[in-house]
Design a protein around this ligand. Sequence first.
Ligand SMILES: Nc1ncnc2c1ncn2[C@@H]1O[C@H](COP(=O)(O)OP(=O)(O)O)[C@@H](O)[C@H]1O
Ligand SMILES: [Mg+2]
Length: 212
Amino acid sequence: MKPSNTTMDKASKQIHLKDADLIGEGRDRLCFQHPSDPSLCIKVAKKKEKQTAREIRYLNYLHKKQRDLTYISDYHHSVKTNYGKGHVFDLITDQNGSVAPSLYQLLSANQLTPEQLNEALSTLSEYLSRENLCVFDLSPRNLAAKQNQQGQYRLYMIDGIGLASPDPFTFRMPLLTKRLMGKRWRRLIKKITVTVSHSSTDLSVRSDVKDF
Ligand SMILES: Nc1ncnc2c1ncn2[C@@H]1O[C@H](COP(=O)(O)OP(=O)(O)O)[C@@H](O)[C@H]1O
Ligand SMILES: [Mg+2]
């Protein structure tokens, strides 16, 4: 999608997204740092997609149920941008304000110790299981890894929350969610193992990391 020009932006009060603000690009969306609030990001669709609407619907449901959203990049509102409609989410940043890397980036660059990886995965799986959350695309590229003051990493879901099909039962029925998340979790562990095998390290996921 081609962005519109700056003059138009002023006239229609659009937010002007610049190349320099681009943080990342997935298959479906571009993600920019919000030009006037560095703690937020704006996602715009590269082509017609249903994913953002699906995420927003599920996040609204979680808000209504007052669920703990600690490890989720939460949704704020929609905005007009020079790339068309944009959606504002929390940006996951490090202590110093720079954008947190994805788990994929850290694994590929061999920047995690086995303890850091396993501790981060344990915390995430305990959280997902406790809150009984549905995530349809749990993958190393969709997890932002933020380091805390103790040097530990915490994994935040920045994409893929909710369900691929708008099945009203799965996220209301704990047993169905658990079964689905077991499959999703094992797929994540497989993807981590493949990523690690390309980075020639001896990182491995411990068997005591909680499954579903
Ligand atoms: N909330 C966020 N915090 C930090 N980085 C993000 C955030 N959302 C997206 N990103 C970065 O932008 C990339 C693309 O965004 P994503 O939402 O995953 O797009 P897609 O839906 O097309 O996969 C991510 O892989 C990540 O590097
Ligand atoms: Mg993604």
